[in-house]
Design a protein around this ligand. Structure first.
Ligand SMILES: *Cc1c(COP(=O)(O)O)cnc(C)c1O
Length: 234
């Protein structure tokens, strides 16, 4: 194995161990939390090294990057997660690749993804993105709007609504992040009380390199970690 491959494998093992410890602290099994490795900073070689080290769930924030990497890694068992904004004119090309869309952020996008999924005769697992910090630069439904939106989203027959996704506020560090994660979980618990039958809200996608342990302690079932996997590489 190359130095680069060894370094990435070590980083991966370290992140997985920290996830497992945080899961245990919150009274859950390590395998209750799935790591999505965010490859947006990584070239093809680094991404391949990550797959060789055993990573199966990869995340990209830009559709074009996902298309490119999915083509380069077509012979591997990678499950692709789109975690950034999806423009409607890129839905047709993206839909066949998606194991999960984390960034469902509008009803118009939902309609486009539903239509593409119908065309492919499949259903697509999605998470509803919530702008929990209220940051004007972020996409996602507000806490106030999501309940009404959920009723409309549930009507799309080719979307499997699995849960919620968020990013913590940029400012405020881990303490603020923990508060944001607690709010996402409470929101999920509230939505569940009055949830359409075909909607499951089991997944909470939250936590990145700087705050994934807090996220796991607060109930994340999916963490999206990028830079921590690639530290120490040129
Ligand atoms: C980039 C990104 C991540 C990963 O960020 P790191 O800090 O590098 O771990 C997670 N989620 C989203 C939505 C991102 O855009």
């Amino acid at each position: 194995m190359s130095d680069r491959g060894r370094r990435i494998a070590d980083n991966l093992a370290g992140v997985q161990a920290r996830i497992a410890e945080a899961a245990l602290r919150s009274g859950r099994d390590a395998d209750a939390v799935r790591l999505v490795a965010v490859t947006k900073y990584a070239d093809i070689a680094h991404t391949q090294a990550l797959v060789a080290a055993g990573c199966r769930d990869l995340g990209e924030s830009r559709p074009q990057q996902m298309w490119k990497k999915a083509a380069a890694l077509a012979h591997t068992p990678v499950r692709w997660h789109l975690i950034g904004h999806l423009q409607r004119n890129k839905v047709t090309r993206t839909a066949p690749l998606l194991a999960m869309l984390h960034s469902l952020d509008s009803l118009r996008l939902a309609a486009a993804v539903d239509a593409a999924a119908a065309e492919l005769r499949r259903s697509i697992p999605v998470l509803i993105e919530i702008n929990i910090s209220g940051d004007a630069a972020k996409h996602g439904f507000s806490e106030e709007d999501v309940e009404a939106a959920l009723m409309k989203l549930a009507a799309f027959r080719h979307l499997e609504i699995r849960g919620l996704m968020t990013m913590a506020a940029l400012e405020g560090g881990r303490t603020r992040a923990r508060g944001d994660f607690q709010r996402l979980r409470s929101l999920r618990d509230r939505l569940r009380l009055n949830c359409p039958e075909n909607v499951t809200l089991d997944d909470l996608s939250m936590g990145m390199s700087s705050d994934f342990e807090e996220a796991v302690e607060e109930g994340a079932t999916i963490v999206r970690v990028g830079s921590a996997l690639f530290s120490g590489l040129e």
